[in-house]
Design a protein around this ligand. Structure first.
Ligand SMILES: Nc1ncnc2c1ncn2[C@@H]1O[C@H](COP(=O)(O)OP(=O)(O)OP(=O)(O)O)[C@@H](O)[C@H]1O
Ligand SMILES: [Mg+2]
Length: 531
C-alpha cells in the first residue's frame, strides 16, 4: 500500500519534469516560428552593449537570445547543429522540433510510455528519409540555372531577398570556381571547404554593388601618408612579420633625456634604424608590403610609413595572423620574420594591386588581382549602405554558400514551400495503416506534426492555413508530389514550376536532427543540478 503510493508520487514527478522540459523547449520554437519562409518576419536583436542587429537566420536569432532552461538550450544547440550540417534550414529544424514536442505532449497525456513514442519516432524518421529520397530529383553541377534557383529559394526568405538575382549567381560561381580549382589539384569533389571563399565587407553603396573578385581583398585598406602609391601594376609583394618601428628593450626601463642634443641623437638613431630597414625592403624589389598585426608593439609608425611612401612602396598593415597562410599561398610569397632574410625570392606577385573606394563613400579596400595561380582564389566583396544590412547580407551569403555546399555533398533537390513535409505526412499516414497498435498511433501523430511547415508558411503569408493545408494534402495523395504553398500568390502550385527548390540534404538533416532532439528530451525523467 505504502510502496505503491511512493511509486505513484515518483511517476507524478517524472511527468511534471517532462512537462516542464517540453514547455520550455516549445517556447523557444514558438519564438522563431514567425520568421519561417519568404513572408516570415525578421527579428531585431538588441544586445547588452546596445548594439542592434536585424536578422532572419534561425541559428543567429537563437544564438543571440538568452535562455536558461536546459532543454530550451537543447533547441539552441539543435539549430547550431543544423547550421553546421547543412547551413540552411535552421528555422525549420526548430519549428519541426516544436511541433513534434506538442504532439508528444498529447501522446503522453494519453498514457503512452515515452520509450514507445521514441521508438515509433525513430521508425517514422527512417521512413521519412526514404520518402524524401524518393521524391528528390538528381541535379548536375553543370546545370547552373537549377543551382541558381536553389540558392534563390534560400535567399528569398532573407532581409536581402530583393537582391537575390545579384547574390545567387555569385554564390554559385564562387563555389563552382573553388570546385574547379579542387579538381585541378585532385582534391575530393564531394565536399568543399567554405573557408576558401573569403567574405569581405565594405560599407558603402548598396547590396547590388556586391562583387565577385578573383583574387584577394584586404578589408583594412592602405596605410599611407600623403603621396604614397594607390595603384601598382605587376606588383612584387612582401609579407613581413617584423616591426618597422624603434626596438624595445627586454626590460621595462625609461630613458630620461635632459638636453636637446641628447634628444636629437635619439631621434637620429631611430631615423637611421628605420631607414635602414626600409632600404633593405626596397632593395629586395618589393613594391607592396604586407605587415602582420602585432600585439607586442607598433608594427609600423608614421616615420616608417613616410619612408616607404617616399620609396613608392604600398603598405597594407594589420594583416591577421590567421590569414597569413592563405595569403602566402595565394600570392606565392613567404612570410619573413627578420629583415635580414627579406630577399627577392621571398616575394609574391600580382598583376594589379589597387585601392578601391566604396561606391557611396566609406572606407576603401585594397584589391589584389591577377594572382600567380588564380583558380579558386575567390573573394566576395559584400557591400551595403549600412552596417545592419551589410551584416545580414553577409550572413545570408553564408547560407547561400552552404546551400551550394549541400548540393555538392549530395546532388539531389526537392520541392520547397512545404511540399517535402506534406509529402512525408501523406506517405507516413498511408504507412501507419500497415502498422499496429500504439506504434501506428504515434506514427500518425508524427505525420501530422510534419504539416507544421506548410501550415506556418501559409500563416506567415496571411493565407488561410487550414483550408490550404487540407487542399495540399489532397493534391499529394493524388500524386502531385511537387505541390506546395505559393506564398507570393496565396495559392497552391507546383513548386518545380515556380523554381522553389532546395537541397535534399537540408530537409533530410532538419528532419533527422529534430527527431533526435525530441526523443532525447522525451527520455529525460529528472533534472539534477550539481553545483
Ligand atoms: N518562394 C517560396 N515559396 C514558398 N516557400 C518558400 C519559398 N522560398 C522559400 N520557401 C520555404 O521557406 C522555408 C525556409 O524558410 P527560412 O529560410 O526562413 O527558414 P530556414 O531555411 O529554415 O532557416 P534559415 O534560413 O534561417 O537558416 C522552406 O521550407 C522553403 O521551402
Ligand atoms: Mg533559409
Amino acid at each position: 500500500m505504502n510502496r505503491s503510493g511512493e511509486s505513484q508520487k515518483d511517476e507524478q514527478k517524472q511527468k511534471d519534469i517532462r512537462q516542464s522540459n517540453i514547455i520550455a523547449a516549445k517556447a523557444v520554437a514558438d519564438a522563431i516560428r514567425t520568421s519561417l519562409g519568404p513572408r516570415g518576419m525578421d527579428k531585431m536583436i538588441q544586445k547588452g552593449d546596445g548594439e542592434v542587429m536585424i536578422t532572419n537566420d534561425g541559428a543567429t536569432i537563437l544564438s543571440e537570445i538568452q535562455v536558461f532552461h536546459p532543454t530550451a538550450k537543447m533547441l539552441v544547440e539543435l539549430s547550431k547543429s543544423q547550421d553546421i550540417e547543412a547551413g540552411d534550414g535552421t528555422t525549420t529544424v526548430c519549428v519541426l522540433a516544436g511541433s513534434l514536442l506538442s504532439c508528444c505532449q498529447d501522446l503522453l497525456e494519453k498514457g503512452i510510455h515515452p520509450m514507445a513514442i521514441a521508438d515509433a519516432f525513430y521508425d517514422a524518421k527512417a521512413k521519412a528519409a526514404e520518402v524524401l529520397k524518393e521524391m528528390s530529383l538528381p541535379v548536375d553541377l553543370t546545370a547552373r540555372s537549377t543551382l541558381i534557383d536553389a540558392v534563390t529559394t534560400c535567399l528569398s526568405s532573407k532581409v536581402v531577398s530583393q537582391n537575390a538575382d545579384v547574390l545567387a549567381p555569385m554564390a554559385v560561381d564562387a563555389v563552382l570556381g573553388v570546385l574547379n580549382a579542387n579538381q585541378a589539384v585532385g582534391k575530393d569533389l564531394n565536399n568543399i571547404d567554405l573557408s576558401e571563399i573569403k567574405l569581405v565587407k565594405q560599407l558603402g553603396g548598396t547590396v547590388d554593388d556586391t562583387e565577385l573578385v578573383n583574387g584577394l581583398v584586404f578589408e583594412k585598406g592602405l596605410k599611407k601618408t600623403a603621396g604614397g602609391p594607390t595603384r601598382i601594376e605587376n606588383a612584387k609583394i612582401g609579407l613581413i612579420q617584423f616591426h618597422l618601428s624603434a626596438p624595445k628593450t627586454d626590460l621595462e626601463n625609461n630613458v630620461v633625456v635632459s638636453d636637446y642634443a641628447a634628444m636629437d641623437r635619439l631621434l637620429r638613431e631611430e631615423r637611421k634604424h628605420i631607414l635602414g630597414i626600409c632600404k633593405k625592403i626596397k632593395k629586395a624589389g618589393c613594391s607592396v608590403l604586407l605587415i602582420q598585426k602585432s600585439i607586442l608593439r607598433d608594427a609600423y609608425n608614421d616615420l616608417s610609413l613616410h619612408f616607404l611612401s617616399k620609396m613608392d612602396i604600398m603598405v597594407i598593415a594589420d594583416v591577421e595572423r590567421n590569414d597569413i597562410e592563405y595569403i602566402s599561398k595565394s600570392l606565392g610569397c613567404l612570410p619573413v620574420a627578420h629583415v635580414d632574410s627579406f630577399t627577392a625570392d621571398k616575394l609574391g606577385s600580382a598583376s594589379l594591386v589597387e585601392e578601391v573606394p566604396a561606391p557611396g563613400g566609406g572606407d576603401p579596400v585594397v584589391k589584389c588581382t591577377g594572382l600567380p595561380n588564380p583558380e579558386g582564389k575567390i573573394t566576395l566583396l559584400m557591400r551595403g549602405s549600412n552596417k545592419l544590412v551589410l551584416d545580414e547580407a553577409d550572413r545570408s551569403m553564408h547560407d547561400a554558400l552552404c546551400v551550394m555546399r549541400s548540393l555538392v555533398k549530395e546532388r539531389f533537390i526537392i520541392a520547397g514551400g512545404g511540399a517535402a513535409e506534406i509529402e512525408i505526412a501523406v506517405k507516413l499516414m498511408d504507412w501507419s495503416k500497415s502498422q499496429t497498435g500504439m506504434k501506428a498511433y504515434c506514427i500518425r501523430a508524427y505525420a501530422e506534426a510534419m504539416e507544421v511547415v506548410p501550415y506556418t508558411l501559409a500563416e506567415n503569408a496571411g493565407m488561410n492555413p487550414i483550408a490550404l493545408v487540407t487542399e495540399l494534402r489532397n493534391k499529394h495523395s493524388e500524386g502531385e508530389s511537387g505541390s506546395g504553398m505559393n506564398v507570393r500568390r496565396g495559392t497552391i502550385s507546383d513548386m518545380y514550376r515556380e523554381h522553389v527548390i532546395q537541397p535534399l540534404l537540408v530537409s533530410m538533416s532538419a528532419i533527422s536532427l529534430a527527431t533526435e532532439c525530441v526523443t532525447m528530451i522525451l527520455k529525460i525523467d529528472d533534472v539534477v543540478s550539481v553545483m
